[in-house]
Design a protein around this ligand. Structure first.
Ligand code: URA
Length: 232
């Protein structure tokens, strides 16, 4: 990869600014100053420093966020705060998108990346990736309601039933629901379909990736290589 592109990618500065810094002699490859922005960087073996600081190249970023209430998952909105507002500039400038959306009032696990192929594997209905939600309902579900939700219910405005889901009771009016689709307001509409109402919704797991319990609402961390591998 060309040095100017490498510096620009690692720092999120524009290519022109990166080129300027290389020309000015602020960049070293393997401890030797390099002034030519077209110099090739070997990604596997070269060590590149900018003003003496090691640059770490990442082709893509992968993030786990504990979304608090009051934020939306789209990346641009005039009225609401978006998940990008929760990231430092170093990350938000790469414009990671969320892999499936949570409503403004839903909390919990959001995966975000700038790798479109990876997010497609998380969200595509064909991949049958289960998302786990903790649901607080208005009133207790009956055995029949739970059976219906498990088998599939017809959502308002749809002509096909939801795919089979898994549900178990956690406490009074508290349920764990696993679904492998991501229809608009799906969980809330599923509960509506059995004449109930969701009072609070939290996503705890996507596929095998579990929300890190060390992450307070609004906090995030990068995914581990093991977690990234789940959807590669
Ligand atoms: N289902 C919903 O109704 N809302 C969400 O935020 C996610 C799933």
């Amino acid at each position: 990869m060309r040095l100017d592109r490498f510096v620009s990618k690692c720092t999120n500065m524009g290519r022109a600014q990166a080129t300027k810094l290389v020309r000015k002699g602020n960049v070293e490859i393997n401890s030797s100053k390099v002034n030519n922005p077209q110099t090739k960087v070997k990604l596997e073996s070269d060590t590149v420093k900018l003003n003496g600081e090691l640059l770490e190249y990442k082709e893509f970023i992968y993030i786990m966020l504990n979304k608090p209430q009051g934020y939306i998952c789209s990346t641009k909105d005039d009225k609401h705060r978006t998940i990008l507002d929760l990231f430092p500039e170093k990350i938000s400038l790469r414009e990671p998108h969320s892999c499936g959306r949570l409503d403004i009032d839903t909390t919990g696990l959001v995966l975000a990346t700038d790798n479109g192929k990876w997010s497609h594997k998380v969200t595509s209905p064909n991949k049958k990736c289960f998302k786990t939600y903790i649901v607080q309902s208005d009133t207790p579900l009956t055995k029949e309601d739970m059976q219906l939700l498990q088998e599939g219910v017809l959502l308002d405005g749809e002509d096909k039933k939801t795919l089979p889901a898994q549900i178990r009771e956690l406490g009074e009016c508290e349920y764990e629901l696993k679904i492998c689709e991501g229809k608009f307001h799906q969980v809330k509409r599923m509960f509506q379909a059995v004449n109930n109402c969701v009072l609070a919704l939290h996503r705890s797991k996507i596929g095998n990736i579990i929300l890190d319990n060390k992450l307070k609402p609004g906090c995030f961390r990068e995914l581990t290589p093991y977690e990234i591998n789940e959807f590669l």
